[in-house]
Design a protein around this ligand. Structure first.
Ligand SMILES: *Cc1c(COP(=O)(O)O)cnc(C)c1O
Length: 436
């Protein structure tokens, strides 16, 4: 029952477009009423009607320690008491910068911004400034924030609204943005042969998390690195989602491919608005005030986000946390697959570290075209049944699922019990549809 969420959603639709401040929250692709959340604690959310859910959304990634982790809350409280923004440099920003550099040595210099969108937008401006080239390349189904020139075949959010891309983005905005399929090295080779020397940069999610979860095929990132080297094109890893999520050093550590530049966000802000971009020192020295590439921010590196980020990364780095995250992920996937197979449902799960994508598909997808074949009718039924049984998944078949260090035996048990009921509901609909 959710009468309070329903009343709030009705009222909110008068104030906010669709009742929300970010589109996927509106449940458009699954139908029904979005839950208004009152509070979160550990792996759980509580909505305004008092219903409790195991949360696999975790604010779309940032909350790797779960909700309201005491160390993070205390760090924010302490920072807030000392003033929230100064418009001057602070020691905590230096501290967090160093922690990030230690985890990702490719970030020889970096700059903090306020969102992932800002990070990718800025890092591409930088790549163009450094190379003196205009064109950039992105991959179909990868999302890099909502900057105009990046809203081309941008995966989950845009796709679930059924928009080809967004009106308001002019042909001139995207004129220099090229798009090619993910995991297709031969398409890449052809493209580089044609115009590699005009490309300022290639931006890629090294593990694609905005079309469910699609890992790079063996050799894909390495091949991309080689092509970029040969044509002096900068390689940018958008690790806004994967940073401190797929492993302690991001995808660049796991796959052993060093990007020229990296965009970060989400986890490094511990649940507060943040982003960062950085990489090769010679490239970063183009950034003002050292160089001429202008980029600024009133609240950039603000003490609250720095404190929350620092508390999060330090706590996450403690012994045993990554091991228990991997263990939870393994048990979760095994349990979900066992339940699906019990009802003869074709389901596959891709996982890298604390991120996963579950698809109602017979075969593992490698690109957006394959991802988009997943059965969305089955997902809808599954989503609502899970919600009803106390498990919150992202309301779209194309969003990744996340776990946190707070997810424990109780959370797992609730999840797998819910999954039994949810897969059963999916199977029953299939049968009744077949009988007709
Ligand atoms: C979330 C995300 C962004 C955008 O970050 P915001 O903070 O929402 O602006 C960019 N790139 C990737 C890969 C993301 O997952």
């Amino acid at each position: 029952m959710n009468p309070k969420s329903q009343a709030l959603f009705e009222a909110a639709q008068v104030v906010f477009p669709g009742g929300v401040n970010s589109p996927v929250r509106a449940f458009k692709s699954v139908g029904g009423t979005p839950r208004f959340i009152r509070s979160g604690s550990g792996p759980f959310l509580t909505d305004e009607d008092g219903n409790r859910y195991v949360d696999y959304v975790l604010s779309y990634g940032p909350l790797v320690l779960g909700h309201a982790h005491p160390v993070v809350v205390e760090a924010i409280r302490k920072a807030a008491g000392a003033g929230t923004s100064f418009g001057m440099p602070t020691a905590p920003s230096l501290e967090l910068g160093r922690v990030i550099q230690k985890a990702m040595p490719s970030m020889e210099m970096l700059r903090f911004v306020n969102s992932g969108t800002e990070a990718t937008m800025s890092v591409l401006r930088l790549a163009r400034a450094f190379t003196g080239r205009d064109k950039i390349l992105k991959f179909e189904g990868c999302y890099h924030g909502h900057a105009d020139f990046l809203l081309v075949k941008a995966g989950s959010g845009v796709a679930t609204l059924g928009l080809p891309d967004s009106p308001g983005v002019t042909p001139a905005n995207t004129h220099d943005t090229l798009v090619t399929p993910y995991n297709d090295l031969s398409a890449l080779q052809n493209l580089f042969a044609e115009c590699g020397d005009e490309l300022a940069a290639v931006i890629v999610e090294p593990v694609a998390g905005n079309m469910g979860l699609v890992p790079p095929d063996p050799g894909f990132l390495e091949g991309l690195r080689d092509l970029c080297d040969a044509s002096k094109t900068l390689l940018i890893f958008d690790e806004v989602m994967t940073g401190f999520r797929v492993g302690p050093g991001g995808a660049q550590e796991i796959y052993g491919v060093r990007p020229d530049l990296t965009a970060l966000g989400k986890v490094i802000g511990g649940g507060l608005p943040v982003g960062a971009y950085g990489g090769r020192r010679d490239v970063m020295e183009m950034v003002a005030p050292v160089g001429p590439m202008y980029q600024a921010g009133t609240l950039s590196g603000n003490p609250l986000a720095m404190a929350a980020g620092m508390a999060t990364l330090e706590t996450l780095g403690l012994d045993g946390h990554w091991e228990s995250l991997h263990e939870y992920g393994k048990k979760l996937d095994e349990g979900l697959l066992a339940a699906a197979h019990q009802f003869d449902l074709p389901v596959v799960i891709n996982r890298v570290g604390t991120m996963s994508g579950m698809y109602f598909l017979a075969d593992r997808p490698h690109n957006w075209q394959q991802v988009s074949q997943a059965n969305s009718a089955q997902f809808k039924i599954f989503f609502h049944a899970m919600l009803e049984h106390g498990v919150f998944l992202a309301p779209s078949p194309f969003e990744a699922a996340f776990i946190s260090t707070a997810h424990d035996e109780e959370a797992l048990e609730i999840t797998l019990r819910a999954a039994q009921a949810a897969f059963k509901a999916v199977a029953e609909i299939g049968e009744s549809a077949a009988q007709k």
